[in-house]
Every structure is written in structure tokens, then in C-alpha cells.
Design a protein around this ligand. Structure first.
Ligand code: URA
Length: 197
């Protein structure tokens, strides 16, 4: 989807009218993602929920509160990270996105990755991990480990909403984010200016 002169802003405006799958008919807002496109760090979730659909902002509902607490605990500023999801429109009743919906939506995420050129992508949960790393991956096996995909460091971890079913996963997510923070700080030290002047 990304072309030579495409910017993140015009990718957003191209995407905002998307009707490539039925979720385009039921959404209120397409949730493109937000945050810094220059920090080298992206976090990718699953799909927007109710609050995100109402506002167009990623991770502001219950799962977003968990994400915010982990970010604070591990020393990140939310605005330094580009936060998005694999599927940009809310599936009705927050059901798991269908294969066809993921396939229809992936070009937007791929376009974002081409434009942002992140050094690190944190995959929040199974869908992001399977979409960006390996379609057979099991989150319980790969979480907390570093992978390299086309020069991008990938860290899979549990989706913040997984904590609602199992509180112990919060500790695991915190551990994984601590690892990300350490590697990201080193990257920033080597490349102090990622934003073009
Ligand atoms: N879960 C996600 O994966 N993304 C959001 O934006 C909100 C909840």
C-alpha cells in the first residue's frame, strides 16, 4: 500500500474510507493508530473495542488501562510509541477478527510498517504475533523472546486483555516490556535522532 511519496497522514486518509471488509459497514471510527512515528517503536494489538470505535483512539478502554499501567511501570511514555492494532475496525460484540477481515486489513499495517520503519515491534497477543511473525506461533511459547524479521526486532507478549482471565500474565507482560525498554534505550543511544530535522 505504501508508495514513494506516501506519508503516514495520507495513508490514514486513504484508509479512513476503507470498505474492504464488512467491518467497514458496522464501525463508527476506523482506529488507525497514534503516537510517534519517529521513535523506532511500534506496538500492535488485535482489534479496537467499543471505546476505541467511539473515539478512533487505540487502547483507551479496559485493555488500554492495563497497557497504560504496564507502560508506566516499565518507564515508557505512551506518546513515544506508535500504537495500533492488526484490524482497524471493531468486530461486532468484540468477537475475534475473521481471517478475511485480517487479510483485508493487513495492507494498512504493512503500509504503516513501511513508512514508520520501526526498529522494534511489540506484538500484543496471538493475532499480532501470527500476523507479523509466524502464522503457526503460539503466544505461550514465543512470548518474552526476541525474533528478527526483515531487520526488525520482534517481541511477542500477551495481549493486555489476557490479564482479565489470568492476573499472572501481568507479571509476564511487565517482564517483556522491561526487555523492550532496555533494547530500545540502546537503539536510541546508537541512533539519537530518528526524526528528520
Ligand atoms: N485491543 C486491541 O487490540 N486494540 C485496541 O485498540 C483496543 C483493544
Amino acid at each position: 500500500m505504501a508508495q514513494e511519496s506516501l506519508t503516514i497522514e495520507n495513508l490514514f486518509s486513504q484508509a479512513s474510507g476503507c470498505k474492504r471488509c464488512p467491518l467497514g459497514e458496522t464501525r463508527q471510527c476506523l482506529v488507525f493508530g497514534e503516537g510517534s512515528q519517529w521513535s523506532g517503536l511500534m506496538m500492535v494489538g488485535e482489534a479496537p473495542g467499543e471505546k476505541e470505535d467511539e473515539t478512533g483512539k487505540p487502547f483507551i478502554g479496559r485493555a488500554g488501562k492495563v497497557l497504560d499501567s504496564v507502560l508506566t511501570e516499565t518507564g515508557f511514555q505512551r506518546e513515544d510509541i506508535f500504537i495500533t492494532s492488526v484490524v482497524k475496525c471493531r468486530p461486532p460484540k468484540n468477537r475475534f477478527p475473521k481471517k478475511e477481515e485480517v487479510a483485508a486489513c493487513l495492507p494498512i499495517l504493512q503500509g504503516q510498517i513501511e513508512l514508520i520503519k520501526p526498529r522494534i515491534i511489540v506484538c500484543l497477543g496471538n493475532l499480532a504475533t501470527r500476523s507479523l511473525l509466524d502464522e503457526q506461533a503460539k503466544i505461550t511459547e514465543v512470548r518474552g523472546k526476541w525474533f528478527n524479521k526483515g531487520g526488525i526486532k520482534i517481541m511477542p507478549t500477551f495481549h493486555p486483555a489476557a490479564v482479565f482471565h489470568d492476573r499472572k500474565k501481568l507479571e509476564a507482560i511487565n517482564e517483556d516490556f522491561h526487555q523492550v525498554k532496555e533494547v530500545w534505550e540502546n537503539i536510541k543511544r546508537e541512533l539519537p535522532i530518528l526524526k528528520p530535522q
